[in-house]
Design a binder for this molecule. Structure first.
Ligand code: 13P
Length: 327
């Protein structure tokens, strides 16, 4: 059977345009939570409805093949329906995280995504511009918004991995935005993907993010939406819970919440969070099995994980990103 094309508006989704202009004016950031499965998506919707927060639900290439692209489309549609039935009008955007080719971005646009990222950050500047521009040209025809990236983040996320980071060069951002026509730009200011963001020696604390680079970028593209990847805080209580129930996650460290709050008040309009959700789920499942080794009903332990994820997301929306109450 041939794959059906569908426009995101038919699924009740929105692109990022209005979300970002409101976030810029209101000095908060839109949360972009990654998901791969039912419980994660239920938790994101429930928490965002309860906090009245706009939300970007995002999937990586790996998540798309894990969940199945058709299944994903209907999950996103179900997410919107679930929010509306709860009496909520929160805007929901379905976004491709780290698209690595024109073909993947096109396929997502054709199957109902309202926003895509084309990540050409590992390419030489001119090639990044050419690839990003090609995606923007296709996306425009469907009113889909596009995120580009300049500068490389270290760390691992599904297929995307880099050993070393390269900070964004502020002198390149204006030219990139002009030449490509992107709607938002991810920059590299010291965050990284995954749960091991900083290698700290005993007694050392996390180095501050490079707000000087962010300020320089803002000056060159005033009022333009900036995106922060690798923004999990790797909450110590989850790492401790995981380690106390048999896990081995020594040395896991993330971005302190006060730094994210500062970023959210700037031109940073979208903050990506994946690892924190993974940690919350893993911590609760480990705890559940340790305390009740006889249990074998997935609803029990996944239900506990989902509950924790709801608490975590509400906390992020209310006290870190400031998106609560802004739907
Ligand atoms: P974390 O690994 O810090 O959650 O970052 C996720 C991310 O940036 C997705 O693109």
């Amino acid at each position: 059977m041939e794959k059906q094309k569908v426009h995101y508006s038919e699924l009740g989704l929105v692109n990022t345009k209005q979300m970002f202009s409101k976030a810029m004016a209101g000095k908060y950031a839109i949360p972009a939570y990654n998901f791969n499965n039912l419980e994660q998506l239920q938790a994101i919707v429930t928490a965002c409805v309860e906090t009245d927060s706009p939300v970007i639900i995002q999937v990586s290439k790996g998540a798309r093949s894990y969940a199945n692209e058709t299944m994903l489309r209907y999950m996103a549609m179900g997410a919107v329906q679930m929010a509306r039935e709860a009496g909520s009008k929160i805007p929901i955007c379905l976004h491709l995280d780290h698209g690595d080719s024109f073909e993947l971005c096109k396929s997502c646009i054709d199957s109902g995504f309202s926003s895509v990222m084309i990540d050409g950050s590992h390419l030489p500047f001119d090639e990044n511009v050419a690839l990003t521009k090609k995606v923007v040209e296709y996306a425009r025809q469907h009113d889909v918004t596009v995120e580009g990236e300049l500068g490389v983040l270290a760390g691992i996320e599904d297929e995307v991995s880099a050993e070393h980071s390269t900070y964004t060069k502020p002198e390149e951002v204006e030219d990139f935005v002009k030449k490509t026509g992107v709607d938002s730009l991810a920059i590299s200011i010291g965050t990284s993907h995954g749960a091991y963001k900083f290698k700290l020696k005993p007694g050392e604390s996390v180095p501050p993010l490079r707000f000087d680079i962010l300020d320089e970028c803002e000056k060159r593209i005033p009022g333009f939406p900036i995106v922060l990847h690798g923004a999990s805080s790797v909450l110590p209580e989850y790492v401790e819970l995981i380690n106390s129930y048999g896990g081995k996650m020594d040395g896991a460290v993330g971005v302190p919440e006060d730094q994210l709050r500062k970023a959210a008040a700037s031109a940073v309009c979208k903050i990506n969070i994946d690892s924190d959700g993974r940690l919350a789920v893993t911590a609760k499942i480990r705890e559940y099995f340790a305390k009740d080794p006889k249990e074998f009903d997935p609803r029990k332990y996944l239900g506990e994980a989902r509950k924790e994820l709801i608490n975590l997301i509400k906390h992020k929306n209310q006290t870190v990103l400031g998106s609560a109450g802004n739907a």
